[in-house]
Design a protein around this ligand. Structure first.
Ligand code: GSH
Length: 236
């Protein structure tokens, strides 16, 4: 790997967007520091000094940073999970996170638009707002149509930015369904899960995502179950 300048990731273990950045850092093996930001009680320095949008993930890159509450002279501040994932991929081209073939790059980016425009709104509407499951099944079928025929990942054998973008959300959908935590009738979560598990190509892909070490190591199941219980029960 080419030498990389000092890098600090500001993250939160419950945030799916931050998990994208963590997965990409694990896949690329870029040396870095991590700072956990408490989103319920955000440090006063975070917005003015690190990320004007006040969200995680964010990065300070390019100069040695003794004090994590401020970006030193000569460093840049970066944010937005998908921007960071591509940035890490470009810092570490050998990781193949961003394929060298322009067609595969375009496919990966197209897949990522499906995740943001179709898959995420559909399952989040179903799990939190009482919307029907039909939109989730339709989004899953559309995603299946984009998967490499052999797999196991979107583009084939290599894990890419596309898998990185969707994995945190598939993990949360499965966790919420398995533990029946959605804003739905009791028992509906496991039934829904059975339905999507029967879409063979989807299920093979979902299991490959959930088994990837970079995903598993950055997915705190028990912590997430507790936080979803608090969040979703409050809505019921
Ligand atoms: N579009 C952003 C979304 C990031 C985001 O919404 N992060 C949430 C936590 S999951 C956050 O930091 N929220 C804090 C706040 O809005 O105050 C990305 O992809 O990075």
């Amino acid at each position: 790997m080419t030498a990389v300048a000092p890098l600090t990731l500001y993250t939160n273990k419950g945030c799916p967007f931050a998990q994208r950045a963590v997965i990409a850092l694990k896949e690329t093996k870029i040396p870095h520091d991590e700072v956990e930001i408490d989103l319920q009680n955000k440090p006063v320095w975070y917005q003015p000094n690190i990320n004007p949008a006040s969200k995680v993930p964010a990065v300070v890159y390019g100069a040695k940073q003794e004090d994590k509450t401020v970006a030193p002279a000569g460093a840049v501040k970066l944010a937005e999970s998908l921007v960071l994932v591509e940035f890490f991929a470009e810092l570490a081209p050998d990781s193949h996170l961003l394929p060298s073939d322009p067609v595969l790059r375009a496919k990966a980016r197209f897949f990522i638009t499906l995740v943001g425009d179709k898959f995420n709104p559909a399952w989040q509407g179903y799990a939190t707002k009482g919307a029907g499951e039909e939109a989730v099944i339709a989004a899953i079928n559309q995603i299946v149509g984009e998967l490499d025929p052999e797999g196991p990942y979107v583009l084939g054998k290599e894990w890419s930015i596309a898998d990185t973008a969707i994995a945190p959300f598939v993990g949360r959908l499965y966790l919420i369904a398995k533990n029946d935590l959605g804003n739905w009738k009791a028992g509906e979560g496991p039934k829904f899960l059975e339905k999507i598990e029967n879409i063979a190509k989807w299920e093979k892909y979902a299991q490959a995502l959930l088994a990837r070490p970079s995903f598993k190591e950055s997915f705190p199941d028990d912590y997430l179950v507790e936080s979803f219980k608090r969040r979703y029960t409050a809505r019921k």
